[in-house]
Design a binder for this molecule. Sequence first.
Ligand SMILES: [Zn+2]
Length: 185
Amino acid sequence: MHLSPAYPTTFNTWDQEPPLSSLPLADQLSIVRLAKDTKILWILPKAIYRCAQYDAARITEITGPADAAPILTATAKLIPEHWLLIQALAAPLSGELGCTSSSACALARVRPFISRATENKADPLALVPESSWSLLSEEVCDQCLVDAKNVFRSWRLKIWEDLPGMFDLPSWIDLQKAKEADLEF
Ligand SMILES: [Zn+2]
């Protein structure tokens, strides 16, 4: 089993099809435990992120409260990120000088993201499907579409950058170095 693609340490590889994502939750939790015990920390951002998508009660039932706590903390930190995006999109955007309908656009820009935020999903790094951007393009002016995509991209990149810190792990640079050492690139 090649672990590297399943546990990316760079932003560009984060969205690669994760070969292990269909594992049962119990196995995913075991991977987190094992990575901590063996100090293979570069596995943890993606491993914890995946576990954070599950129901808190199920996680606690499987691992017990001590092992569940860091994952539930991760969930609690990831969920509110959606609201920061909404806040950023609701504010006047940088290119708004070229916006042809500022109040209608501001409302429409946030609409596709409201459901992501209210579902309490801990998956702010989920990509927005092209179909959602197409729908948005029918409701906002051209300038706002460009701006909204840029705001989304920088917000998402920042979450990715902050992820190791949110999970009390070393920086991506250090994780990447450890990964290279472990895999003997
Ligand atoms: Zn506009």
